[in-house]
Ligand binder design. Structure first.
Ligand code: SAM
Length: 475
Protein backbone atom coordinates (compact mmCIF):
# COMPACT_ATOMS: atom_id res chain seq x y z
CA UNK A 1 0.00 0.00 0.00
CA UNK A 2 1.35 3.43 -0.88
CA UNK A 3 1.27 5.71 2.12
CA UNK A 4 -0.96 8.71 1.79
CA UNK A 5 0.46 11.71 3.63
CA UNK A 6 -3.09 13.03 4.07
CA UNK A 7 -3.62 10.15 6.44
CA UNK A 8 -0.69 10.54 8.72
CA UNK A 9 -2.69 12.33 11.38
CA UNK A 10 -4.80 9.18 11.67
CA UNK A 11 -1.86 6.83 11.71
CA UNK A 12 0.63 8.60 13.93
CA UNK A 13 0.36 8.76 17.68
CA UNK A 14 2.58 10.37 20.25
CA UNK A 15 5.34 8.07 21.54
CA UNK A 16 4.31 5.21 19.27
CA UNK A 17 6.88 3.85 16.77
CA UNK A 18 6.06 4.93 13.25
CA UNK A 19 8.60 3.31 10.92
CA UNK A 20 7.29 0.52 8.74
CA UNK A 21 10.29 -0.79 6.77
CA UNK A 22 8.09 -2.46 4.19
CA UNK A 23 6.23 0.75 3.54
CA UNK A 24 9.50 2.65 3.01
CA UNK A 25 10.82 0.01 0.60
CA UNK A 26 7.50 0.04 -1.16
CA UNK A 27 7.99 3.66 -2.13
CA UNK A 28 11.53 3.09 -3.32
CA UNK A 29 10.57 0.04 -5.36
CA UNK A 30 7.35 1.28 -6.85
CA UNK A 31 8.03 4.88 -7.83
CA UNK A 32 9.22 5.66 -11.37
CA UNK A 33 11.45 8.66 -11.93
CA UNK A 34 10.49 9.85 -15.39
CA UNK A 35 11.83 13.17 -16.62
CA UNK A 36 8.37 14.77 -16.36
CA UNK A 37 7.81 13.48 -12.84
CA UNK A 38 11.23 14.63 -11.55
CA UNK A 39 10.71 18.08 -13.03
CA UNK A 40 7.21 18.34 -11.56
CA UNK A 41 8.51 17.44 -8.11
CA UNK A 42 11.34 19.98 -8.32
CA UNK A 43 8.81 22.59 -9.39
CA UNK A 44 6.58 21.82 -6.44
CA UNK A 45 9.52 22.16 -4.05
CA UNK A 46 10.56 25.46 -5.61
CA UNK A 47 7.18 26.82 -4.56
CA UNK A 48 8.33 26.05 -1.01
CA UNK A 49 6.03 23.09 -0.59
CA UNK A 50 6.98 20.13 1.55
CA UNK A 51 7.34 16.97 -0.51
CA UNK A 52 5.49 13.76 0.31
CA UNK A 53 7.31 10.46 0.75
CA UNK A 54 6.27 9.41 -2.71
CA UNK A 55 7.55 12.61 -4.30
CA UNK A 56 10.82 12.30 -2.40
CA UNK A 57 11.16 8.73 -3.66
CA UNK A 58 10.95 10.13 -7.20
CA UNK A 59 14.06 12.22 -6.50
CA UNK A 60 15.83 9.42 -4.63
CA UNK A 61 15.38 7.09 -7.60
CA UNK A 62 16.71 9.57 -10.13
CA UNK A 63 19.85 8.28 -11.82
CA UNK A 64 20.15 10.39 -14.95
CA UNK A 65 23.09 12.83 -14.53
CA UNK A 66 21.10 15.55 -16.29
CA UNK A 67 18.20 15.25 -13.84
CA UNK A 68 20.49 14.96 -10.81
CA UNK A 69 22.03 18.25 -11.90
CA UNK A 70 18.51 19.74 -12.06
CA UNK A 71 17.83 18.49 -8.52
CA UNK A 72 21.03 20.20 -7.32
CA UNK A 73 20.24 23.41 -9.16
CA UNK A 74 16.71 23.33 -7.75
CA UNK A 75 18.09 22.90 -4.24
CA UNK A 76 20.46 25.80 -4.80
CA UNK A 77 17.65 28.09 -5.93
CA UNK A 78 15.42 27.04 -3.04
CA UNK A 79 18.19 27.54 -0.52
CA UNK A 80 18.75 31.06 -1.78
CA UNK A 81 15.00 31.78 -1.68
CA UNK A 82 14.46 30.55 1.86
CA UNK A 83 17.76 31.11 3.61
CA UNK A 84 19.54 33.78 1.61
CA UNK A 85 23.32 33.34 1.67
CA UNK A 86 23.91 32.97 5.38
CA UNK A 87 25.56 30.01 7.08
CA UNK A 88 25.20 29.51 10.83
CA UNK A 89 28.37 28.48 12.68
CA UNK A 90 28.74 26.37 15.79
CA UNK A 91 31.27 24.12 17.54
CA UNK A 92 30.86 20.71 19.17
CA UNK A 93 32.21 20.26 22.67
CA UNK A 94 32.66 16.75 24.09
CA UNK A 95 31.82 16.77 27.80
CA UNK A 96 32.35 13.08 28.50
CA UNK A 97 33.26 9.96 26.55
CA UNK A 98 32.25 7.28 29.05
CA UNK A 99 29.87 4.96 27.26
CA UNK A 100 27.94 1.85 28.21
CA UNK A 101 26.88 0.99 24.64
CA UNK A 102 28.62 -1.13 22.07
CA UNK A 103 27.93 0.42 18.69
CA UNK A 104 30.05 -1.15 15.98
CA UNK A 105 30.74 2.12 14.19
CA UNK A 106 31.79 4.22 17.19
CA UNK A 107 35.29 4.70 18.61
CA UNK A 108 33.81 5.33 22.06
CA UNK A 109 32.12 1.90 22.29
CA UNK A 110 32.42 0.40 25.78
CA UNK A 111 34.51 -2.53 24.55
CA UNK A 112 37.21 -0.27 23.05
CA UNK A 113 39.95 -0.27 25.66
CA UNK A 114 42.29 1.80 23.46
CA UNK A 115 40.34 4.95 24.33
CA UNK A 116 41.10 6.92 27.47
CA UNK A 117 37.83 7.75 29.23
CA UNK A 118 37.51 11.35 30.32
CA UNK A 119 34.71 13.40 31.84
CA UNK A 120 35.31 17.13 32.02
CA UNK A 121 35.03 18.55 35.52
CA UNK A 122 33.89 22.15 35.94
CA UNK A 123 37.43 23.53 35.70
CA UNK A 124 38.04 21.60 32.46
CA UNK A 125 34.70 22.71 31.09
CA UNK A 126 35.42 26.37 31.80
CA UNK A 127 38.83 26.08 30.09
CA UNK A 128 37.28 24.54 26.97
CA UNK A 129 34.52 27.15 26.81
CA UNK A 130 36.99 30.00 27.31
CA UNK A 131 39.10 28.71 24.42
CA UNK A 132 35.97 28.55 22.25
CA UNK A 133 34.94 32.05 23.30
CA UNK A 134 38.41 33.37 22.49
CA UNK A 135 37.95 32.09 18.94
CA UNK A 136 34.61 33.97 18.68
CA UNK A 137 32.11 31.14 19.10
CA UNK A 138 28.60 31.86 20.38
CA UNK A 139 26.81 28.56 19.70
CA UNK A 140 27.90 25.19 21.04
CA UNK A 141 26.61 21.67 20.92
CA UNK A 142 27.58 19.70 24.02
CA UNK A 143 28.14 16.01 23.35
CA UNK A 144 27.92 13.16 25.87
CA UNK A 145 28.38 9.39 25.73
CA UNK A 146 25.56 7.23 27.04
CA UNK A 147 26.42 6.41 30.64
CA UNK A 148 24.65 6.47 33.98
CA UNK A 149 26.99 9.25 35.08
CA UNK A 150 25.56 11.51 32.35
CA UNK A 151 22.01 11.66 33.68
CA UNK A 152 19.64 14.60 33.28
CA UNK A 153 21.09 16.45 36.30
CA UNK A 154 24.64 16.05 35.03
CA UNK A 155 23.68 17.30 31.57
CA UNK A 156 21.66 20.15 32.98
CA UNK A 157 24.49 21.25 35.32
CA UNK A 158 27.03 21.27 32.50
CA UNK A 159 24.70 23.37 30.34
CA UNK A 160 24.27 25.92 33.15
CA UNK A 161 28.03 25.98 33.73
CA UNK A 162 28.68 26.75 30.06
CA UNK A 163 26.22 29.65 30.07
CA UNK A 164 27.99 31.11 33.13
CA UNK A 165 31.41 31.32 31.46
CA UNK A 166 32.16 34.82 30.25
CA UNK A 167 35.71 35.54 29.21
CA UNK A 168 36.41 39.09 28.03
CA UNK A 169 33.73 39.95 25.53
CA UNK A 170 32.89 36.30 25.09
CA UNK A 171 29.76 34.41 25.99
CA UNK A 172 27.93 31.35 24.74
CA UNK A 173 24.41 32.34 23.78
CA UNK A 174 23.02 29.03 22.71
CA UNK A 175 23.85 25.62 24.09
CA UNK A 176 22.46 22.70 22.10
CA UNK A 177 23.02 19.14 23.18
CA UNK A 178 23.58 15.75 21.63
CA UNK A 179 22.99 13.11 24.26
CA UNK A 180 21.33 9.76 24.72
CA UNK A 181 17.51 9.61 24.98
CA UNK A 182 15.98 10.48 28.35
CA UNK A 183 12.58 9.86 29.91
CA UNK A 184 10.08 12.70 30.05
CA UNK A 185 11.14 13.83 33.51
CA UNK A 186 14.78 13.85 32.40
CA UNK A 187 13.93 15.93 29.36
CA UNK A 188 12.07 18.39 31.62
CA UNK A 189 15.16 18.80 33.79
CA UNK A 190 17.34 19.43 30.76
CA UNK A 191 14.82 21.86 29.26
CA UNK A 192 14.95 23.93 32.44
CA UNK A 193 18.69 24.42 32.08
CA UNK A 194 17.97 26.55 29.00
CA UNK A 195 19.08 24.36 26.12
CA UNK A 196 18.46 25.28 22.51
CA UNK A 197 18.08 22.13 20.40
CA UNK A 198 18.06 18.55 21.72
CA UNK A 199 19.65 16.41 19.05
CA UNK A 200 19.67 12.65 18.87
CA UNK A 201 20.20 10.52 15.76
CA UNK A 202 18.49 7.23 15.04
CA UNK A 203 21.73 6.12 13.30
CA UNK A 204 19.77 3.69 11.11
CA UNK A 205 16.01 3.57 10.79
CA UNK A 206 16.19 0.03 9.49
CA UNK A 207 15.20 -2.17 12.46
CA UNK A 208 17.23 -5.25 11.47
CA UNK A 209 20.38 -3.30 10.75
CA UNK A 210 19.85 -1.35 13.94
CA UNK A 211 19.98 -4.58 15.96
CA UNK A 212 23.02 -5.73 14.01
CA UNK A 213 25.17 -2.69 14.73
CA UNK A 214 24.03 -1.96 18.29
CA UNK A 215 25.36 -4.96 20.10
CA UNK A 216 24.62 -4.12 23.70
CA UNK A 217 23.64 -1.31 26.03
CA UNK A 218 20.46 0.74 26.24
CA UNK A 219 20.99 2.00 22.72
CA UNK A 220 20.09 -1.46 21.45
CA UNK A 221 16.43 -0.59 22.06
CA UNK A 222 15.30 0.75 18.66
CA UNK A 223 11.91 2.02 19.81
CA UNK A 224 13.27 3.82 22.87
CA UNK A 225 15.52 5.82 20.58
CA UNK A 226 12.93 6.30 17.85
CA UNK A 227 10.45 7.84 20.29
CA UNK A 228 13.07 9.87 22.19
CA UNK A 229 12.13 13.17 20.68
CA UNK A 230 8.44 12.49 21.23
CA UNK A 231 9.27 12.37 24.93
CA UNK A 232 11.26 15.58 24.50
CA UNK A 233 8.18 17.23 22.97
CA UNK A 234 5.99 15.93 25.78
CA UNK A 235 8.46 17.52 28.18
CA UNK A 236 8.15 20.85 26.37
CA UNK A 237 11.30 20.71 24.24
CA UNK A 238 9.89 21.74 20.88
CA UNK A 239 13.26 22.35 19.26
CA UNK A 240 14.75 19.03 18.25
CA UNK A 241 17.29 17.68 15.76
CA UNK A 242 17.10 14.30 14.00
CA UNK A 243 19.48 12.41 11.73
CA UNK A 244 20.94 9.14 10.55
CA UNK A 245 24.49 7.88 10.26
CA UNK A 246 24.93 7.33 6.54
CA UNK A 247 26.86 4.18 5.69
CA UNK A 248 25.08 1.70 7.95
CA UNK A 249 22.25 0.88 5.55
CA UNK A 250 20.92 1.90 2.13
CA UNK A 251 20.99 5.69 1.99
CA UNK A 252 17.69 5.81 0.08
CA UNK A 253 15.94 4.04 2.93
CA UNK A 254 17.43 6.44 5.49
CA UNK A 255 16.42 9.54 3.52
CA UNK A 256 12.80 8.42 3.29
CA UNK A 257 12.77 7.32 6.92
CA UNK A 258 14.04 10.70 8.08
CA UNK A 259 11.23 12.24 6.04
CA UNK A 260 8.82 9.83 7.68
CA UNK A 261 10.12 11.05 11.04
CA UNK A 262 9.39 14.64 9.97
CA UNK A 263 5.87 13.58 8.96
CA UNK A 264 5.38 11.97 12.35
CA UNK A 265 6.35 15.17 14.09
CA UNK A 266 4.14 17.31 11.93
CA UNK A 267 1.21 14.94 12.37
CA UNK A 268 1.45 14.68 16.14
CA UNK A 269 3.02 17.95 17.27
CA UNK A 270 2.18 20.25 14.34
CA UNK A 271 5.82 21.19 14.09
CA UNK A 272 8.73 19.60 12.26
CA UNK A 273 12.21 19.06 13.71
CA UNK A 274 14.41 22.15 13.67
CA UNK A 275 17.33 20.39 12.02
CA UNK A 276 18.33 17.28 10.11
CA UNK A 277 21.90 15.93 10.25
CA UNK A 278 23.46 13.40 7.91
CA UNK A 279 26.77 12.33 9.42
CA UNK A 280 28.61 10.00 7.04
CA UNK A 281 30.53 7.10 8.51
CA UNK A 282 34.22 7.95 9.11
CA UNK A 283 37.12 5.88 10.25
CA UNK A 284 37.29 5.34 14.01
CA UNK A 285 39.34 3.45 16.57
CA UNK A 286 38.35 -0.24 16.44
CA UNK A 287 35.83 0.37 13.65
CA UNK A 288 34.00 -2.79 12.71
CA UNK A 289 31.76 -2.03 9.75
CA UNK A 290 31.97 -3.37 6.21
CA UNK A 291 31.67 -1.16 3.15
CA UNK A 292 28.40 -2.58 1.80
CA UNK A 293 26.48 0.63 2.34
CA UNK A 294 29.30 3.14 2.01
CA UNK A 295 27.85 6.32 0.53
CA UNK A 296 29.82 7.74 -2.40
CA UNK A 297 30.47 11.48 -2.67
CA UNK A 298 28.11 11.53 -5.62
CA UNK A 299 25.21 9.99 -3.71
CA UNK A 300 26.00 12.06 -0.64
CA UNK A 301 25.80 15.38 -2.44
CA UNK A 302 22.64 14.24 -4.19
CA UNK A 303 20.93 13.20 -0.97
CA UNK A 304 21.61 16.56 0.67
CA UNK A 305 20.07 18.33 -2.33
CA UNK A 306 17.03 16.05 -1.99
CA UNK A 307 16.65 16.97 1.67
CA UNK A 308 16.75 20.65 0.78
CA UNK A 309 13.92 20.21 -1.71
CA UNK A 310 11.86 17.87 0.47
CA UNK A 311 11.88 20.02 3.64
CA UNK A 312 12.46 23.65 2.64
CA UNK A 313 12.11 24.98 6.19
CA UNK A 314 14.23 22.50 8.12
CA UNK A 315 17.82 23.43 8.93
CA UNK A 316 20.44 21.09 7.45
CA UNK A 317 23.66 20.53 9.36
CA UNK A 318 26.95 19.50 7.75
CA UNK A 319 29.89 18.78 10.05
CA UNK A 320 33.66 18.66 9.86
CA UNK A 321 33.45 14.90 9.31
CA UNK A 322 33.45 15.96 5.65
CA UNK A 323 36.38 17.47 3.78
CA UNK A 324 36.56 21.12 2.79
CA UNK A 325 35.90 20.13 -0.81
CA UNK A 326 32.64 18.31 -0.03
CA UNK A 327 31.59 21.01 2.43
CA UNK A 328 32.13 23.73 -0.18
CA UNK A 329 30.10 21.86 -2.75
CA UNK A 330 27.22 20.93 -0.48
CA UNK A 331 26.95 24.32 1.17
CA UNK A 332 25.89 25.78 -2.15
CA UNK A 333 22.74 23.79 -2.46
CA UNK A 334 21.53 22.80 0.90
CA UNK A 335 23.24 23.35 4.14
CA UNK A 336 22.30 26.03 6.66
CA UNK A 337 24.66 25.20 9.56
CA UNK A 338 28.29 24.06 9.77
CA UNK A 339 30.79 23.67 12.58
CA UNK A 340 34.05 25.61 12.51
CA UNK A 341 37.39 25.24 14.28
CA UNK A 342 36.24 21.78 15.33
CA UNK A 343 38.27 19.68 17.74
CA UNK A 344 36.61 16.52 18.99
CA UNK A 345 39.40 15.33 21.25
CA UNK A 346 38.52 15.47 24.95
CA UNK A 347 39.92 18.79 26.30
CA UNK A 348 41.02 19.46 22.71
CA UNK A 349 40.19 23.18 22.49
CA UNK A 350 42.25 24.28 25.48
CA UNK A 351 45.17 22.05 24.45
CA UNK A 352 44.95 23.49 20.95
CA UNK A 353 46.43 20.36 19.39
CA UNK A 354 45.48 19.96 15.75
CA UNK A 355 47.19 16.60 15.25
CA UNK A 356 44.53 13.86 15.22
CA UNK A 357 44.92 10.64 17.19
CA UNK A 358 42.37 7.99 16.32
CA UNK A 359 42.43 6.55 19.85
CA UNK A 360 41.51 9.89 21.37
CA UNK A 361 38.50 10.70 19.23
CA UNK A 362 35.11 9.24 18.50
CA UNK A 363 35.90 9.27 14.78
CA UNK A 364 38.21 11.06 12.38
CA UNK A 365 37.33 14.52 11.07
CA UNK A 366 38.32 15.75 7.61
CA UNK A 367 38.08 19.50 8.03
CA UNK A 368 40.29 20.79 10.83
CA UNK A 369 40.48 24.42 9.73
CA UNK A 370 40.32 27.09 12.44
CA UNK A 371 37.15 29.13 12.86
CA UNK A 372 38.86 32.15 11.34
CA UNK A 373 40.05 30.19 8.30
CA UNK A 374 36.45 29.11 7.74
CA UNK A 375 35.19 32.66 8.27
CA UNK A 376 37.68 33.90 5.64
CA UNK A 377 36.56 31.34 3.15
CA UNK A 378 32.86 31.98 3.72
CA UNK A 379 33.34 35.72 3.33
CA UNK A 380 35.41 35.23 0.19
CA UNK A 381 32.65 33.07 -1.28
CA UNK A 382 30.00 35.69 -0.41
CA UNK A 383 28.29 33.77 2.38
CA UNK A 384 27.31 35.67 5.50
CA UNK A 385 28.69 33.68 8.43
CA UNK A 386 26.18 33.95 11.26
CA UNK A 387 26.32 33.34 15.02
CA UNK A 388 22.71 34.38 15.43
CA UNK A 389 20.78 33.13 18.45
CA UNK A 390 17.84 35.54 18.33
CA UNK A 391 14.93 33.18 17.64
CA UNK A 392 15.54 30.95 20.56
CA UNK A 393 16.19 33.85 22.92
CA UNK A 394 13.00 35.64 21.83
CA UNK A 395 10.97 32.45 22.23
CA UNK A 396 10.66 31.91 18.48
CA UNK A 397 11.02 28.14 18.53
CA UNK A 398 8.91 25.14 17.62
CA UNK A 399 5.50 26.04 16.29
CA UNK A 400 6.23 29.77 16.54
CA UNK A 401 9.40 29.38 14.56
CA UNK A 402 7.45 27.54 11.87
CA UNK A 403 4.84 30.27 11.69
CA UNK A 404 7.39 32.98 11.38
CA UNK A 405 9.65 31.15 9.02
CA UNK A 406 7.04 30.26 6.46
CA UNK A 407 6.45 33.59 4.72
CA UNK A 408 10.09 34.57 4.16
CA UNK A 409 10.79 35.32 7.80
CA UNK A 410 14.24 33.85 7.60
CA UNK A 411 15.35 36.38 5.06
CA UNK A 412 13.83 39.37 6.82
CA UNK A 413 15.08 38.56 10.30
CA UNK A 414 17.99 36.21 9.77
CA UNK A 415 19.95 38.23 7.24
CA UNK A 416 20.04 41.37 9.43
CA UNK A 417 20.86 39.25 12.49
CA UNK A 418 23.57 37.39 10.59
CA UNK A 419 25.09 40.75 9.58
CA UNK A 420 25.04 41.96 13.19
CA UNK A 421 26.72 38.83 14.55
CA UNK A 422 29.30 38.92 11.76
CA UNK A 423 30.09 42.55 12.61
CA UNK A 424 30.52 41.56 16.26
CA UNK A 425 32.97 38.83 15.22
CA UNK A 426 34.87 41.30 13.03
CA UNK A 427 35.12 43.88 15.82
CA UNK A 428 36.21 41.56 18.61
CA UNK A 429 37.89 38.48 17.15
CA UNK A 430 38.98 38.90 13.55
CA UNK A 431 42.49 39.67 12.27
CA UNK A 432 42.74 42.88 10.20
CA UNK A 433 42.45 41.12 6.84
CA UNK A 434 39.26 39.26 7.78
CA UNK A 435 37.84 42.47 9.25
CA UNK A 436 38.39 44.39 6.03
CA UNK A 437 36.90 41.66 3.83
CA UNK A 438 34.00 41.17 6.26
CA UNK A 439 32.96 44.81 6.27
CA UNK A 440 33.14 44.91 2.47
CA UNK A 441 30.73 41.99 2.41
CA UNK A 442 28.43 43.75 4.89
CA UNK A 443 28.37 46.86 2.70
CA UNK A 444 27.34 44.78 -0.31
CA UNK A 445 24.64 43.04 1.73
CA UNK A 446 23.27 46.36 2.95
CA UNK A 447 23.04 47.57 -0.65
CA UNK A 448 21.12 44.42 -1.54
CA UNK A 449 18.67 44.93 1.32
CA UNK A 450 17.66 48.34 -0.10
CA UNK A 451 16.24 51.09 2.04
CA UNK A 452 13.38 50.58 4.42
CA UNK A 453 12.79 51.15 8.12
CA UNK A 454 14.30 47.83 9.11
CA UNK A 455 17.48 48.54 7.14
CA UNK A 456 17.73 51.97 8.80
CA UNK A 457 17.47 50.28 12.19
CA UNK A 458 20.07 47.73 11.15
CA UNK A 459 22.48 50.52 10.19
CA UNK A 460 21.90 52.21 13.55
CA UNK A 461 22.69 48.97 15.32
CA UNK A 462 25.87 48.51 13.27
CA UNK A 463 27.04 51.99 14.28
CA UNK A 464 26.27 51.21 17.95
CA UNK A 465 28.35 48.07 17.61
CA UNK A 466 31.32 49.72 15.91
CA UNK A 467 31.41 53.05 17.67
CA UNK A 468 29.79 52.55 21.06
CA UNK A 469 31.14 49.12 21.91
CA UNK A 470 27.66 47.55 21.99
CA UNK A 471 27.35 43.80 21.54
CA UNK A 472 24.66 41.17 21.18
CA UNK A 473 22.28 43.23 19.02
CA UNK A 474 19.46 41.56 17.15
CA UNK A 475 15.91 41.77 15.84
N1 SAM B 1 26.03 9.55 22.92
C1 SAM B 1 25.47 10.05 21.74
C2 SAM B 1 24.28 9.18 21.36
O1 SAM B 1 24.36 7.98 21.52
O2 SAM B 1 23.34 9.75 20.88
C3 SAM B 1 26.44 10.06 20.61
C4 SAM B 1 27.17 11.30 20.37
S1 SAM B 1 28.03 11.34 18.82
C5 SAM B 1 28.85 12.85 18.69
C6 SAM B 1 26.94 11.86 17.66
C7 SAM B 1 26.90 11.05 16.48
O3 SAM B 1 28.15 10.77 15.91
C8 SAM B 1 26.31 9.69 16.67
O4 SAM B 1 24.94 9.78 16.92
C9 SAM B 1 26.65 9.06 15.34
O5 SAM B 1 25.68 9.35 14.38
C10 SAM B 1 27.94 9.79 14.93
N2 SAM B 1 29.06 8.84 14.82
C11 SAM B 1 29.39 7.83 15.62
N3 SAM B 1 30.41 7.13 15.11
C12 SAM B 1 30.73 7.71 13.93
C13 SAM B 1 31.71 7.44 12.93
N4 SAM B 1 32.55 6.41 13.00
N5 SAM B 1 31.75 8.27 11.87
C14 SAM B 1 30.92 9.30 11.76
N6 SAM B 1 29.99 9.61 12.67
C15 SAM B 1 29.89 8.82 13.75
Amino acid sequence: MIYNPEQYSIKDESMKPFIDAEEIWNYINSVKSTKERVRAVIKKALNKNRLSLEETAVLVNTTSPELIEEIKQGAKTLKEKVYGNRIVLFAPLYVGNLCANNCEYCGYKASNKAVKRITLNNTDLVKEVEALQDAGHKRLILVYGEHKKYDADFISNSVKEVYKVKKGNGEIRRVNINAAPLDIKGFETVKNSGIGTYQVFQETYHPETYKKVHLSGKKRDYDWRLTALDRAQEAGIDDVGIGALFGLYDWRFEVLSILRHVNHFEAVYKVGPHTISFPRLQNASNLNIDNTYKVSDEDFTKLVAIFRLAVPYTGLILTARESQKIRDEIMEFGVSQIDGGTNIEMKGYSKNETEQDIDKEQFVINDDRSLNEIMNELIENKYIPSFCTACYRLGRTGEHFMEFSVPGFIKRFCTPNAILTLAEYLEYYAPAKTKEAGYKLIEKELEKLGNDKRVEKLKEKLIALKEKGKRDLYF
